[in-house]
Design a protein around this ligand. Structure first.
Ligand SMILES: Cc1ncc(COP(=O)(O)O)c(C=O)c1O
Length: 440
């Protein structure tokens, strides 16, 4: 099932199959659904719903599997903070030795606050502001991934003014279709990212002449939720060719930042294999004498998070199951037609006969729909469900639309759990607002 849409009609995995395929989840007769060693009902009892739960142990294991696959490849992992920017999640990876890939001053400050050393941080992004660049240079981060001639010029001026040197790589657009959802494809010529490969050699040479700039390599990132290795093969072959071309032109090239994008199985499809991905890196860059960086986000944290919600009511003769979580919490189904597994927290509800229902949120938009025609046992008001694989681009993309406070977050690690973010108090939503006197 490649990037299934919310409306798909093909056979979908059952709740029991979804749980069986996820090592961090298990169903217990009395406790219901358990994440790592903690019954999710215990967290929902204590924190109410909607509530996010992250498996810190699961994220750590995934990091270790990826790191092991890359062993011997001279590759540094820079976790893409945008996928899940919670301090505790950042700390899990920092303790494993990961660096961070950030795209804003805020993400950089979050990473530093969580304990990532600035010299392990790389700064990506197509529209870095002068303020972003000043902050990056001020904190002495490892690398800035430059995406345009205009950014290069601005960075040189700022670095010179600050008396700093910016170590940069040039983000190249390899014009490869990653075969993923159009909204998360980034490496095609008609996407806004990077500089066209044909212009890279000249721009790199220009960068090398600019004051305050030291170019050391190239970067590319072709998209997210990539399940096939073919686009990686194509993009990295182009990157390797560009490294050779730059060197032939007399440039110094010591790194290639290969970006992120490894996909996960949201349904019953297999996620990307880190071992196979490492094989692609080896084939493209082995023997080229470059150090490699990767920027995975979703693959590390996606499966490690769930969003717990309660049924508010059922309407339409049983057709609509209305949850207390909405698109403001998890926007992926509304934004990308993304498919997420939804399973009851109660063991009894897994076993009962199912009927097809639409699982929706309370927000005033028809797009606030988590699933259509989903086979679930009839759920009564108060029954709880877990929306699976919500650890990436979940809470990080939440909003307070409809003046719905940001949901709280818990982190589990084995048998331990703790609240890692309180539910946002209502007044905090308007804490920075003011009403000018002239309004009366
Ligand atoms: C430059 C860059 N690196 C890394 C990532 C992380 O991607 P993913 O979460 O798919 O691994 C993104 C996300 O779009 C990105 O834009």
């Amino acid at each position: 099932m490649a990037h299934p849409a919310v409306t798909q009609d093909i056979a979908e995995p059952t709740a029991a199959e979804l749980i069986a395929a996820r090592a961090h989840l298990s169903m217990h007769a009395m406790d219901g659904l358990v994440l790592e060693g903690v019954p999710l009902n215990a967290i929902a009892d204590a924190m109410d719903t909607p509530v996010w739960v992250y498996g810190g142990g699961t994220a750590r294991l995934r990091y270790r599997r990826l790191a092991a696959a890359l062993d011997g490849l001279q590759t540094h992992i820079h976790y893409a903070v945008k996928a899940n920017d919670h301090l505790a999640m950042l700390r899990v990876f920092a303790r494993e030795g990961a660096g961070a890939d950030v795209v804003s001053e805020g993400e950089m400050l979050r990473a530093i606050a969580a304990g990532v050393a600035p010299d392990r941080i790389v700064f990506s992004g197509v529209g870095k502001t002068a303020r972003d660049l000043r902050a990056a240079l001020g904190h002495g981060i490892a690398q800035i991934n430059v995406e345009s001639p205009a950014e290069l010029q601005m960075l040189s001026a700022i670095a010179t003014e600050m008396g700093r040197t910016a170590t940069i790589v040039l983000r190249v657009n390899p014009d490869v279709d990653a075969g993923t959802h159009a909204k998360i494809t980034t490496g095609r010529a008609d996407n806004k990212f990077g500089v066209p490969a044909a212009e890279a050699v000249a721009l790199y040479a220009h960068a090398a002449t600019l004051p305050g700039i030291v170019p050391v390599g190239i970067a590319l990132h072709i998209g997210s939720q990539i399940l096939s290795l073919a686009p990686y093969h194509a993009a990295y072959a182009r990157a390797a060719a560009l490294v050779r071309e730059l060197r032939e032109a007399g440039q110094y090239v010591s790194r290639v930042d290969c970006g992120g994008g490894l996909g996960i199985g949201y349904g019953d499809e297999a996620g990307a294999s880190p071992e196979a991905f490492a094989g692609v890196l080896r084939k493209a860059f082995g023997g080229l004498d470059v150090s490699l960086m990767i920027e995975p986000g979703r693959w590390l944290v996606g499966p490690a998070g769930v969003l717990l919600a309660s049924v508010v009511l059922v309407k339409g003769a049983g057709r609509f199951v209305v949850l207390d979580a909405g698109m403001n919490d998890l926007v992926r189904p509304a934004m990308y037609d993304a498919w997420h597994g939804i399973v009851p927290l109660s063991a009894v509800d897994i076993l009962r006969p199912t009927s097809l229902v639409d699982i929706v949120g309370p927000v005033c938009e028809t797009g606030d729909t988590f699933a259509r025609n989903r086979a679930l046992a009839p759920l009564r008001a108060g029954a709880r469900v877990a929306i699976l694989d919500a650890g990436a681009y979940g809470a990080a993309m939440s909003s307070t639309y409809n003046a719905r406070p940001l949901a709280p977050i818990a982190m589990v690690d084995g048998a331990h759990w703790a609240t890692i973010r309180e539910r946002q108090p209502h007044a905090a939503m308007w804490a920075g607002e003011s009403i000018p006197d002239f309004i009366g």
